[in-house]
Design a protein around this ligand. Structure first.
Ligand SMILES: [Zn+2]
Length: 75
């Protein structure tokens, strides 16, 4: 394969992943509910309760009721 072509492919795959990682890091430190609204990346609630099958809580950033999925993410 032409080295230029493989470079373009690597950037094409790498750039979106890099942007996603940067957004994820910003998400951890940001108090802006923009991430909640646009990506559904909610913060871990301060008080967590269980509704019987899943963990629930209130997102401290946007105030919405959130559930925890099997990967430990809040949505
Ligand atoms: Zn939220």
């Amino acid at each position: 394969m032409d080295p230029q072509v493989s470079t373009i492919i690597i950037i094409g795959i790498g750039a979106p992943i890099l942007i996603l990682i940067v957004l994820r890091v910003f998400n951890i430190f940001s108090k802006n509910p923009w991430f909640c609204k646009n990506f559904g990346w909610h913060k871990t609630p301060k008080s967590i309760s269980s509704d019987g099958c899943s963990l629930t809580g209130i997102c401290p950033r946007c105030g919405k009721k959130v559930l925890q999925d099997s990967q430990g993410n809040w949505f």
